[in-house]
Design a protein around this ligand. Structure first.
Ligand code: NAD
Ligand code: WQD
Length: 336
């Protein structure tokens, strides 16, 4: 069975991807320092899959650790999720972000080169597009100047990968630009576990509905959109996980150096108020929310053109917004 090293594999997207890899006949080897996740995720993955995945707790910036893992397992590909992702914190502590997000990619590439590992899938983000001038966003839409050090780490990593792939015969890399991942595994055994006050919309919604927070503030209802609230392309985390499986399969079929980027979204945008109403519909809970001022620096509207990933990787999303809300809510309720 093909062994795939997943850095950040105990995290939100990594854990769901581990399930999909296993279903597709690959064996995840998980490396995570648990800086934003819990060891219990590994138990939960075993409950879902019936398989105890190899798990190493440690920092993927340590090449010696990567090598010791590769001594034990014949790693044939890597998915690099490990990164810090809090946009606000990145502005306050930029070096922490550059060191972890950019530094770890360079260590990982050196390690892969030394061990002859050819395939890498990298977690990039729609944040590289900022507020696009034309919608939907295609992969050739120009990247904007990053609005945060976090966003800049994703741009820099993409650029490093372009240069690196050009320089090394046989290296095959895909960067996936995720839009807004939400939802959870249908078993409600794994999901997003924000530490402290959630930064993102959907965990905030479910925590308000669960009584953990008093109310949601909708950041503005006077934008130029159908109901005045901002638009995002919300993608179910299991669909996103499947995109990684498709990306690895595609890389495996490439003979020479390969680098490309793919948007991963549904191709549809939804407003904040539409998300709230979808949540209320599937949960039966009336959400306590108020309309507040605009959030500084918010992107007003963005959604993906997914033609490229549909046609090249053969990937298509299967979950609706209501599926996302149902799974997010079941996950939130399981945390009580
Ligand atoms: P997450 O925080 O849940 O997962 C990241 C995992 O990496 C965590 O478990 C954390 O403990 C681990 N980690 C961090 N630094 C590490 C290190 N040096 N060594 C080992 N482990 C380390 O985040 P996520 O939402 O699953 O995001 C995964 C990736 O996708 C990140 O690169 C993120 O920037 C990117 N991304 C996320 C979103 C999103 O909205 N969630 C959107 C676009 C891109
Ligand atoms: C979604 C919508 C808010 C909270 C983040 C990261 C970005 C990238 C994608 C990683 C917006 C609105 C939110 C609230 C609200 N991630 N909202 N009330 O803005 O797309 O960005 O995810 O790469 O880097 O910053 O996601 O979940 O913060 O917001 O009204 O309490 O919900 O205005 O329209 P966003 P988000």
């Amino acid at each position: 069975m093909k062994k795939i090293l997943i850095t950040g594999g105990a995290g939100y997207i990594g854990s769901h991807t581990a399930v999909e890899l296993w279903k597709a006949g690959m064996e995840p080897i998980i490396l995570d320092d648990l800086s934003n996740s819990y060891a219990s995720v590994i138990d939960r993955l075993e409950e879902i899959t019936g398989k105890r995945f190899a798990f190493y707790q440690g920092d993927c910036n340590k090449k010696s650790l990567l090598k010791s893992i590769a001594d034990k397992h014949k790693i044939e590909g890597v998915i690099h999720f490990a990164a810090f992702k809090a946009v606000g914190e990145s502005t306050a502590q930029p070096l922490k972000y550059y060191r972890n997000n950019v530094g770890s990619l360079m260590v990982l590439l050196q390690f892969m080169q030394e061990r002859g590992i050819r395939d890498l899938v990298f977690s990039s983000s729609c944040t590289v597009y900022g507020q696009p001038d034309v919608l939907p966003v295609t992969e050739s839409t120009p990247r904007k100047e990053a609005e945060s050090p976090y966003g800049n780490t994703k741009k820099i990593c993409e650029d490093i990968l372009i240069d690196y792939v050009k320089s090394k015969p046989g290296i095959r890399v895909i960067s996936l630009r995720y839009f807004n991942p939400i939802g959870a595994h249908s078993s409600a055994k794994i999901g997003e576990l924000p530490i402290g006050t959630p930064n993102n919309l959907v965990p905030f919604i479910t925590q308000v509905a669960a009584g953990i927070r008093e109310k949601l503030t909708v950041f503005g209802d006077d934008y130029d959109t159908v109901d005045g609230s901002c638009i995002r392309d919300y993608i179910h985390v299991m669909d996103l996980a499947d995109a990684h499986v498709k990306a690895l399969a595609f890389l495996n079929g490439q003979e020479n150096n390969f680098y490309d980027v793919f948007n991963v979204g549904t191709g549809n945008g939804n407003t904040v108020l539409e998300v709230i109403h979808a949540f209320e519909k599937v949960s039966g809970v009336k959400l306590n929310y108020v309309i507040g001022p605009r959030r500084a620096g918010d992107v007003v509207k963005t959604w993906a053109d997914t033609t490229k990933i549909n046609t090249v990787l053969g990937w298509h999303p299967h979950y609706s917004l209501e599926d996302c809300m149902r799974d997010s809510w079941n996950w939130q309720k399981s945390l009580r």
